[in-house]
Design a protein around this ligand. Structure first.
Ligand SMILES: [Zn+2]
Length: 100
């Protein structure tokens, strides 16, 4: 079995950060309701997600310190994670439009 490296862990954390960041930047409402909790009035999803984001950003900083990667290399991983999330969200949105 392949050993999970710090770099793998950084990749996973970067993926989470990218997904949370996307949600904070693009909170999705359907018919005025949050797609996660379904409530209309200001729900707590965004603030919870922001809190998660801070947690995982701190985690990423710790992992980076444990790794031999430079800040620039970690930035690159994060950037590609963000592109991946963007593509996934856009594909999903297209699919929803097609099925509408
Ligand atoms: Zn919500």
């Amino acid at each position: 079995m392949k050993k999970v490296t710090v770099k793998d862990q950084i990749g996973r954390v970067a993926g989470r950060i990218a997904a949370f960041q996307w949600y904070v930047d693009h909170p999705r409402l359907e018919d005025g309701r949050c797609r996660f909790c379904g409530t209309t009035a200001a729900c707590s999803c965004i603030s919870n997600t922001k809190r998660n984001l801070i947690y995982w950003e701190n985690r990423l900083a710790v992992l980076r310190a444990e790794s031999t990667l430079t800040a620039k290399e970690v930035e690159k991983i994060l950037k590609s994670s963000k592109l991946m999330v963007k593509k996934r969200e856009q594909d999903e949105m297209l699919e929803r439009l097609e099925n509408a």
